[in-house]
Design a protein around this ligand. Structure first.
Ligand SMILES: Nc1ncnc2c1ncn2[C@@H]1O[C@H](COP(=O)(O)OP(=O)(O)OP(=O)(O)O)[C@@H](O)[C@H]1O
Ligand SMILES: [Mg+2]
Length: 273
């Protein structure tokens, strides 16, 4: 397990700080005593096996669930988010895994869905200009903002969903599995996009099951296991360390196998097993 204090602190200020967050659904403890920090201009990857509590944590930060106990500090203030609009108004934007885009509407309509500049009398030109500006800032490759979402690729849809989440100028953005189901080129494009969002000074929390994607963009890797913190790593952590933390090293054949390889390697190198 990597000790956070041994690593240089990210330059940006603390945007989000969770202390002792727990969440139960009846008898099920989905989260127990979670601590998490995110700084401005930092990508934190949230990893863990199925059921580890990743989505529950993101939904708690998005105002979908209320924690059973613990404190959430956002930009220096202790906050309570009673619903998703409360989180949005504070500056926490979420791109859920299903993206929640409208297939039959065009890119502009999706970016402004529910936030039209002038409800009743839509200012189409202003919305189109703003959409292009957002997409250009992200160097997004969208052929036209007037084509329906249905005709876009998976990567382009993810791009529109991320652009949409930036409309209200959040300080923190939560991405639940942004590269799941994307091809190699589209994954690279979305990872570039995440870096550009970070370079704008936002804090980013990204959930992923793909360690390659995680290593490519994350500044820190936070592992959850069975609803608890199970280590914080830098992207140079070995696969063995990460898999061990994700699965619980002692009782898992995947990490035992990885461990055996490492031991053999250490013996050949003359190191300690
Ligand atoms: N609304 C709910 N009611 C009851 N139990 C829930 C609810 N939401 C989540 N859980 C439980 O909480 C635990 C954590 O689930 P969660 O969806 O957060 O995991 P996850 O890490 O996102 O997993 P995955 O990688 O499969 O998406 C699971 O045991 C799940 O069954
Ligand atoms: Mg999930």
């Amino acid at each position: 397990m990597t000790d956070m204090s041994n690593h240089p602190r990210p330059a940006g200020e603390l945007v989000l700080s969770l202390r002792g967050i727990s969440k139960s659904f009846g008898a099920v403890s989905a989260l127990t005593d979670i601590d998490l920090d995110v700084h401005a201009g930092e990508v934190v990857a949230l990893v863990g096996d199925n059921g580890a509590g990743k989505s529950t944590l993101v939904k708690t930060l998005a105002g979908v669930h209320q924690p059973t106990s613990g404190t959430i500090t956002f930009c220096g203030e202790t906050v309570t988010m009673t619903d998703p609009s409360a989180a949005l108004n504070l500056g926490i934007a979420t791109v859920f895994q299903d993206l929640a885009l409208c297939e039959n509407l065009d890119v502009v309509a999706n970016i402004f869905l529910g936030r039209e500049l002038k409800p009743l009398q839509l200012d189409e030109t202003a919305m189109e200009v703003r959409s292009w500006k957002l997409l250009n800032e992200l160097s997004a490759r969208i052929p036209s903002v007037r084509i329906p979402i249905a005709s876009l690729s998976g990567g382009q849809r993810q791009t529109v969903a991320i652009a949409r989440s930036l409309l209200l100028e959040p300080k923190l953005i939560l991405l639940d599995e942004p590269t799941a189901a994307l091809g190699v080129a589209q994954t690279a494009e979305v990872l570039n996009l995440i870096e550009r969002v970070r370079d704008r000074g936002l804090g980013v929390i990204m959930i992923s099951h793909n360690m390659e994607d995680v290593r490519a963009v994350a500044d820190r890797i936070v592992v959850l296991r069975l609803g608890r913190n199970n280590g914080v790593f830098t992207p140079d952590a070995s696969n063995q360390e990460l898999v061990g933390a994700i699965t619980g090293a002692a009782d898992n054949s995947v990490s035992r196998r990885a461990g055996r390889r490492q031991t053999q390697h250490d013996i050949t190198e003359g190191g300690q097993a």
